[in-house]
Every structure is written in C-alpha cells, then in structure tokens.
Design a binder for this molecule. Sequence first.
Ligand SMILES: C[S@@+](CC[C@H](N)C(=O)[O-])C[C@H]1O[C@@H](n2cnc3c(N)ncnc32)[C@H](O)[C@@H]1O
Length: 198
Amino acid sequence: MGSRQFLFRTLYRLGFTPWDGHPLPTSLTNLIEGDQPLPPGKALDIGCGTGDNSIYLAGHGWQVTGVDYVARAVERARAKAAANGIDIRFEQADVTRLCEEGIGSGFDLIVDNGCLHGMNDEDRHDYVREVTAAAAPDARLLLVEFIPGSSFGVAGIEPSEVAQRFEPAWTLLASNAEPAMKRKGKDSGRYYLFARAS
Ligand SMILES: C[S@@+](CC[C@H](N)C(=O)[O-])C[C@H]1O[C@@H](n2cnc3c(N)ncnc32)[C@H](O)[C@@H]1O
C-alpha cells in the first residue's frame, strides 16, 4: 500500500473526512440538471469516498459505478446507498489500475470530485491512461480539483497541467472556478469538463 492510500485509510478510520457533507459541485448539478442536461447513461465516480456524487447521479437515472481504494469509504458508500434505496455498484479499487481491477469500460460520464489533485506525478500519468480507456467514445469527463496552495495537505493541480495531461485524447469544453470550492470567499478549485475526442 502506498503512503497516500495509507493516509486516506487512516483519515477514514479516525473519522476525519472534511470533504464529507460538502455541497455537490455546481458544475456537476449544472451538467445533470442544467439548460442542456446530459442524457443518463453509465457513470463512473472516481475516488467516490462515501458516495454522495454517485448517489446524486443514480438519483437522476444514471447507472453508477463508484470506486475508491479505501475499504471503509466503500462500505459507508454502500450503506448510504442502501439507506436511500438506491442501487449503485461500489468497488474497492485503485483508479490507477481500473482495467486490471475489472471496473469495465464504456462509461458515458466520468466524474472526479477531489481525487486527481492529491496524486503524485506517476499516479496522475496512470490515472489519465486508465480513465481514457474506461470512457465511451463520446464520453464526458468532469474533474473538480483544488488549485495548488489552496487547501492544506493537498498538492492541487494547475489548470495548464490538467489540459496538458488530457489533451489531445480529450477536448476541453469548459473550465472555470467551482463555486462549491470557494473557501473564505476565495476561489480554491476549478472544474474541467472534457469530451472524449474521437
Ligand atoms: C477528497 S476525497 C473526495 C471523496 C468524494 N469524491 C467526495 O466528493 O466526497 C478523495 C477520495 O479519493 C480517494 N482516492 C485517492 N486516490 C485514489 C486512488 N488512486 N484510487 C482510488 N481512490 C482514491 C480517497 O480514498 C478519497 O476517498
């Protein structure tokens, strides 16, 4: 187990999961319920934590798979979904090895709320390869990530790095400050909406 996985495992064990219970990203609710809502299909929630984004998507007709490499997070996500009477596939799996872990492919929407921004360079490289392989030909990818220096203990990721890592396999459709990530009135995170380039 890597040091970052160990850290997340410890945080879940201690119950120190400050991301839990935050409002859903506005970029996600706009994508699903806005002026031009995406038609429901197969969704993959990457680094799903205790499942709030997955549950939201399933509640709007999506067939959702949520993955997280911390067993306790996955157990809590399953319990939350069951309590809401919602059917979601939650798997304990590493995002950098989605294929090897049998998560499947053909996902129409891939969502990551706060996973990529904490990874090291090697994991980011593997993440892009795996996410791209899991995507349907016309998939959308929504990333919601802190920028560097905006959150204690999280490396963050520069917008230029996000574009450089995903293009040309993906085309950036939109990117802006993510309102749900405002901290003390300051923009701390951004969303990135990509389309899989054919
Ligand atoms: C900041 S939390 C966000 C959780 C969730 N997306 C949310 O919005 O509440 C990041 C999550 O990503 C998971 N994670 C980080 N790296 C991962 C990896 N390589 N594979 C799977 N999960 C990972 C962590 O265990 C943690 O649950």
